[in-house]
Design a binder for this molecule. Structure first.
Ligand SMILES: C[S@@+](CC[C@H](N)C(=O)[O-])C[C@H]1O[C@@H](n2cnc3c(N)ncnc32)[C@H](O)[C@@H]1O
Length: 325
C-alpha cells in the first residue's frame, strides 16, 4: 500500500498532503476557486536582443515610455517605485492618479518582458488613519494588466527598521497602532510561470542561496540613505536575491526607477546586464558614479587579498556567495 502510494504520488486531500514531491494538484486547480482567474497562456517563446548601445545604460527620462527597449527583450524587472509621499522627486498625486502613473509603467514592463519573464516590485504601505495598502492596489493593477502572480515576499527589515515610537495609545486598548517593520516584494510573471533557456545560459545560484531565497520571509537590514546619497535606496541584497533566483547568467535586468543604481550593482555582481531609467539627472549621475566605482573595486584582485587578511565577522547571504575564503 505504502509503495503504491509513493509510486502514484500524493493527492490534495481534506487533511492536506504529507509531501509535495510528485504531488497531483489537478483537483485543486480545476476547482471553482480558480474559475475566472487568469491562467498561463501557451505562447511561443520569443526573445529579441536589446540593442547593444542600450545595455548597461541608465536613461534620464520617465519610464512611462521605454521606446529604447524592444518587445520581449528583458528577463527580469526589479524596482522600488517613487512613493508619492513628498520626497524631493515625488509628485503630489491623488491615489488614483498615482496608481495610474505606476500602471502605465507596469504596462510598458509587460511589453518588454520575455514570455515567462519576472516582475518584482518592492513596496511599503503608507499611513495609519486609514492605512493605505499600496501593495494590494498594485497587485490588482498587475493582474488587470495580465500578469500572473507568483507570490509575495515579506522583507523583514528587523533591527534596521526605524525605531518608531508611534504605537498610539501606550499600554491601552483604546487605540494601539501597528508599527510596520516590513516591506513587500510582489512577484509576477508574464504569460507563463516557467522560463525557457534557449541559449543554455548558466544558473548561478548556490544550494544554500536557493534554500534561503525560496522562503517567503527575507530578513536583512535596510540601506542607509545618507551613506548612499539617495533618500530611499534598497540594499543591494534585495535585487541580488531576485536576480540569482529568477534569471540566468548574462540576461538583462531592468529597473524603471533606478535611483542610486543598486539594481545595476547587483547585476554586475551576478554577471547580468542592466538597463535603468530615472527622471532625475542628479540620481542618474549618482548611479553612474557608484557603478563606476563599484566596477573598479569588484574587478580588483587586491580586494580579495584584503578580505582574506581581515575576515568579516558577519556575512550576509550576498557576501557569503562572494566570500573567496
Ligand atoms: C524609491 S526610488 C528608487 C530607489 C532605488 N531602488 C535605489 O536603490 O536607489 C524611486 C526613484 O524613481 C525616480 N522617478 C520618479 N518618477 C519617475 C519616472 N516617471 N520615471 C523614472 N524614474 C522616476 C525618482 O527620481 C527616484 O530616484
Amino acid at each position: 500500500m505504502k509503495n503504491n502510494q509513493r509510486k502514484r504520488g500524493t493527492q490534495t486531500s481534506s487533511f492536506g498532503s504529507p509531501g509535495r514531491v510528485n504531488h497531483d494538484s489537478t483537483a485543486f486547480y480545476t476547482s471553482k476557486l480558480y474559475e475566472g482567474l487568469l491562467h498561463e497562456r501557451k505562447v511561443e517563446y520569443t526573445e529579441k536582443s536589446t540593442p547593444s548601445q542600450f545595455l548597461d545604460e541608465i536613461f534620464c527620462k520617465s519610464s512611462e515610455k521605454m521606446d529604447e527597449l524592444p518587445d520581449n527583450s528583458i528577463h527580469l524587472m526589479v524596482t522600488s517605485p517613487p512613493y508619492n509621499v513628498g520626497k524631493e522627486y515625488d509628485e503630489d498625486f491623488t491615489l488614483a492618479t498615482y496608481l495610474n502613473f505606476l500602471k502605465s509603467v507596469w504596462k510598458e514592463v509587460h511589453r518588454v518582458l520575455v514570455p515567462g519573464g519576472r516582475a518584482c516590485i518592492n513596496i511599503a504601505n503608507l499611513g495609519r488613519k486609514p492605512y493605505i495598502p499600496l501593495h494590494a492596489f498594485i497587485v490588482n493593477d498587475m493582474v488587470d494588466l495580465g500578469f500572473l502572480m507568483r507570490g509575495e515576499i515579506i522583507w523583514n527589515k528587523a533591527s534596521s527598521a526605524s525605531p518608531s515610537t508611534a504605537w498610539g495609545s501606550w499600554l491601552s486598548a483604546s487605540n494601539p497602532t501597528l508599527r510596520d517593520i516590513h516591506e513587500y516584494i510582489l512577484v509576477f510573471s508574464k504569460d507563463m510561470f516557467s522560463r525557457k533557456n534557449i541559449n543554455k545560459r548558466k544558473n548561478t545560484i548556490s544550494k544554500e542561496e536557493f534554500l534561503e531565497f525560496t522562503k517567503s520571509v527575507w530578513t536583512f537590514p535596510a540601506e542607509r540613505a545618507r551613506k548612499v546619497g539617495h533618500p530611499a535606496p534598497f540594499p543591494v541584497e534585495l535585487p541580488y536575491r531576485l536576480i540569482q533566483l529568477y534569471t540566468y547568467q548574462n540576461e538583462v535586468v531592468l529597473d524603471p526607477f533606478m535611483g542610486s543604481g543598486q539594481a545595476a550593482i547587483a547585476s554586475i555582481k551576478t554577471n547580468r546586464h542592466y538597463i535603468g531609467y530615472d527622471i532625475d539627472e542628479t540620481y542618474v549621475k549618482l548611479a553612474d558614479n557608484r557603478i563606476r566605482e563599484f566596477s573598479m573595486e569588484f574587478n580588483s584582485p587586491t580586494l580579495f587579498e584584503y578580505d582574506n587578511a581581515h575576515p568579516i565577522p558577519h556575512l550576509s547571504a550576498f557576501e557569503r556567495a562572494h566570500d573567496p575564503s
